[in-house]
Ligand binder design. Structure first.
Ligand SMILES: O=C(O)CCC(=O)C(=O)O
Ligand SMILES: [Fe+2]
Length: 366
């Protein structure tokens, strides 16, 4: 157990508390199971980090929800959908989709599978608490590097193009991980078509650039927090991929930074949240924006979510990605130098922002 010293958070041995927490291999859920009633200091966010931007709760400002029904059948409906996807990707960098083709029972089973993973016996879970297996479970991947530990546990696995052997996936959720990742990849390809068309490119342009070839699945668990106002589930970051498809449950907590205000992304039944990652901002030459987001801690959880990152960062790949030539003109010269997905991943080191809290994209700007 990590001893708590929340009444005097400045006077504690941070390094040894981090190590003690890490060595439990039981994550944040382990602390909750042990019955803590105060937030241990390693989780305390600096107050200015939590409150820097106001939270705006105004229905006038909300992430667009786009209905994909009949997108493949009716060209005039498709055109409307493409316009909506383009507008949302330019203005918000985020949107939700409904009628996306993934059945509700698959979404429910995926969330149940994540709950089963975390709620199984600690001893079974601990075997994945390592960076040397295809499925990596830990609390925060950047436990020792972050300013404050996030109130969250995560397990992750690359699911495409080279998925792990089935026996390497956790038995309690392996079938649904395989099924869901296949369906998400198909949706990823459809989204790339719509995004290509919204950029005025031919339908297969982004697909042919391999933007949905690689898929990293991150399964998050945000236990109920004893002092949610002092912690964050995920601190402010942007995603370092092409696009992300996020499945969230009914609890909520995801917020998007829009015009210097945090806007809630309300859970909608059957919906998936889509966001533009840094690499798509780069190749679209800033037409689409990769927007910072965070998850606040909650007192009613556990909340579960599954983030599917489309990126090929683990495949050795020398393919260069720069602003797409067809989008450039005298009035729209390239804003970024070319990079590889691997270089971008190494540069961002899996972290959503640089040490000063700025986007890693700035480093690649011409
Ligand atoms: O859990 C969520 O709602 C967001 C997760 C997220 O932002 C991420 O995995 O990058
Ligand atoms: Fe994210």
């Amino acid at each position: 157990m990590v001893k708590s010293n929340a009444s005097n958070p400045d006077q504690y041995d941070r390094a040894s508390e981090l190590k003690a927490f890490d060595e439990t291999k039981a994550g944040v859920k382990g602390l909750v199971d042990a019955g803590i009633t105060e937030l241990p200091p390693i989780f305390h966010q600096p107050a200015d980090k939590i409150q820097k931007y106001p939270v705006l709760r105004d229905t006038q400002f909300s992430i667009p929800v786009i209905d994909l029904e009949r997108v493949k059948e009716d060209p005039s409906i498709r055109k409307e959908i493409v316009d909506k996807v383009g507008n949302a990707s330019r203005k918000w960098g985020f949107f939700q989709v409904v009628n996306h083709g993934i059945p509700v029972n698959v979404l429910e089973e995926m969330k149940d599978g994540v709950r089963r993973f975390y709620e199984q016996d600690d001893e079974l879970k601990k075997q994945y608490y390592t960076f040397s297996k295809p499925v990596v479970y830990n609390s925060n991947y950047d436990l020792y590097a972050g300013l404050a530990v996030n109130w969250r546990d995560t397990f992750s696995s690359f699911m495409a193009p080279n998925p792990p052997k089935v026996e390497d996936l956790p038995p309690v959720c392996r079938d649904i991980m395989v099924e869901y990742s296949k369906q998400v990849q198909a949706l990823g390809y459809l989204l790339l078509e719509l995004l290509s068309e919204a950029l005025g490119l031919k339908r297969d342009h982004l697909k042919e650039m391999d933007c949905a070839k690689g898929l990293l699945m991150l399964c998050h668990y945000y236990p109920a927090c004893p002092q949610p106002e002092l912690a964050l589930g995920i601190s402010k970051h942007a995603d370092n991929d092409f696009i992300t498809v996020l499945l969230q449950d009914h609890i909520g907590g995801l917020q998007v930074l829009h015009e210097d205000k945090w806007i809630d992304v309300p859970p909608a039944p059957g919906a998936l949240v889509i966001n533009i990652g840094d690499l798509l901002q780069l190749i679209s030459n800033d037409a689409f924006i990769s927007v910072e987001h965070r998850v606040v801690a909650n007192s009613v959880g556990p909340r579960v979510s599954v983030a599917c990152f489309f990126s090929t960062s683990v495949i050795p790949n020398s393919r260069l990605y720069g602003p797409i030539k067809e989008l450039l003109s005298e009035e729209n010269p390239p804003k970024y130098r070319e990079t590889t997905v691997t270089e971008y991943a190494i540069y961002s080191n899996g972290r959503g922002l640089d040490v000063d809290g700025h986007s890693h994209l700035l480093h690649f700007r011409l």
